[in-house]
Design a binder for this molecule. Sequence first.
Ligand code: ADP
Ligand code: MG
Length: 334
Amino acid sequence: MPSGPTSIERVSLAEFELIDRFFRGCGARRTDVRVGVGDDAAILDCPAGAELVAAVDTLVDGVHFPHGCAPASIGHRALAVNLSDLAAMGARPAWALLALTLPAADEAWLSEFAAGMAALARAHEVALVGGDTTSGPLCVTVQLLGYAPRSSALLRSGGRAGDALFVSGTPGDAGAGLDLEQGRLPAEGESAAYLRERFLYPAPRVALGECLRRYASACIDVSDGLLADAGKLARASGCGVEIAYEQVPVSPALVSTVGEERARRLALTAGDDYELCFSVQPAHVGRLLGELPPERWGYTRIGTLRVTPGADVVRDGAVMSFSHSGYDHFAGSA
Ligand code: ADP
Ligand code: MG
């Protein structure tokens, strides 16, 4: 019998230490975690009368974040994109699993990555309950589990023609932030720093999503661009959508960095916002505005679902035409 560990054991010991040091106890402590990190699988106690709501998203180095991106931001965003998906369902997030592929077990990198994820997890009372660790090109997959009272979750498909359409926050900021990060947009100062932060550390609208179960007919999170995602909601709801150009909210930081025209174009077409776009039946709009004051909750009415399929942006009575990267010309008038 050899006295020392075999190389396979040494590798798994290092892996065990890595998991133990950085990921055990990461995030919130929850009493509904019967078994968490350390066994072959987690055992979770879903509340009675609730349905499990599950989402998974992968971030690939150089594709979903710039190569060399701050590890804390990668940890934050990997969880944030999933929190945003659960927010769009009106679900309460609870448990996360992390599948991490690393080129090397770099302690400084892992420590910042775990801290970035843990801070956001704690803020939303999410416990990291398991995962997988492998070696290879950097790739981060988070699976997030949460719950909502039976049959109460929000869907993309619940909208009807005539419903009012809203968006939270100020879309476009994150898209400009990414352009700044990658040097495509040259700007410095407070506004530029704010926009970068909006890309690196998005704030998923979890509390708003949960409240919207009482008001919204349909909901989607804005990850691919407001116009595209509003179009997806409308399509799933069997209708179309018209967005009023002048109503699209833009942040002062975005306007001061790129100008008003480009700010609105980014707000409509840039991705990575992780805001919520939702529809509300006309009969419920008054209650929504009264009970969730828009100034406090940070959302804006931007348009209306309609019978005619498709997604249009209307400015001064004319339909604007957008290409994938932004609008290119005015296409006819109404
Ligand atoms: P197995 O080979 O049985 O899947 P692992 O060594 O992969 O075991 O994982 C051991 C424990 O550590 C499991 O509870 C697993 O869920 C957890 N785990 C592994 N990698 C991670 C990670 N990156 N983050 C959180 N938990 C992890
Ligand atoms: Mg196992």
